[in-house]
Ligand binder design. Structure first.
Ligand code: ADP
Length: 210
């Protein structure tokens, strides 16, 4: 496989880029989507979370009540530590499982990780960063995703800075323009990715294990 890291701040357009790469034939391993799947109603991870944090984190339909869990985790450093200790290894194991399924193919595999700058991976063949000015990210999150402006700003403030992400980039997609400009750049990135040398056997492991 050719293993690519894809990252970008919230509202940068990272999901749009991974969707376009999937259309070209990339295998997308999406950390956020896996986290949601593992926490689906009845999933073992959700049961473990309810054991630790109480049934108030599960709503009447059996789904994770993210706001209730966040309220507990962000008011108590020990709770946050426990939450990370429960969720991170489970998500990492599932990402590894999916990567191993395609490790010996010639596919372009995209690890779609919002916090890649904060949690680096070994052996990536290349890193793609989707970059926009913070004001544009906030505007898109408010207008297109209906997020309150203060929420959007607070979430962005908690993530790595643009500079920190740009430091790890081999390819930068500037998503301050329109969707056509984005598509053109994704095409260029796809052509670049396809010709990279394949990944080594330990590629994709977390560089700083928790
Ligand atoms: P992320 O996954 O980085 O949080 P998304 O891909 O969901 O970001 O993009 C945020 C919002 O902005 C979505 O509604 C998306 O459709 C829209 N969007 C992304 N790129 C552009 C663009 N170049 N022009 C206009 N809207 C865009």
């Amino acid at each position: 496989m050719i293993l690519i890291g894809l990252t970008g701040g919230i509202g940068s357009g990272k999901s749009t880029v991974s969707g376009l790469l999937a259309e070209y034939g990339a295998v997308i391993i999406d950390a956020d989507a896996i986290t949601r799947e593992l926490q689906a109603p009845g999933a073992p991870l959700l049961v473990t979370l309810a054991d630790r944090f109480g049934d108030s984190i599960v709503d009447s339909s059996g789904a994770l009540d993210r706001a209730a869990l966040a309220a507990i985790a962000f008011s108590d450093p020990e709770a946050l530590k426990d939450l990370n200790k429960i969720v991170h290894p489970a998500v990492a194991a599932e990402m590894d499982r999916r990567m191993n399924e395609v490790r010996n193919t010639d596919k372009v595999v995209v690890l779609d990780i919002p916090l890649l700058a904060e949690n680096p991976r070994k052996g990536l063949c290349g890193v793609v960063v989707v970059d926009v000015p913070v004001e544009i990210a906030v505007e898109r999150l408010v207008q297109l995703r209906g997020m309150p402006k203060s929420d959007a700003q607070a979430r962005i403030a908690k993530q790595a800075s643009r500079d920190d992400r740009l430091k790890i980039a081999d390819q930068v997609i500037d998503n301050s323009g329109d969707l056509d400009s984005l598509k053109q750049q994704v095409k260029t990135v796809w052509e670049w990715a396809k010709q990279l040398p394949p990944a080594t056997d330990d590629a994709g492991e977390r560089a700083n294990k928790d």
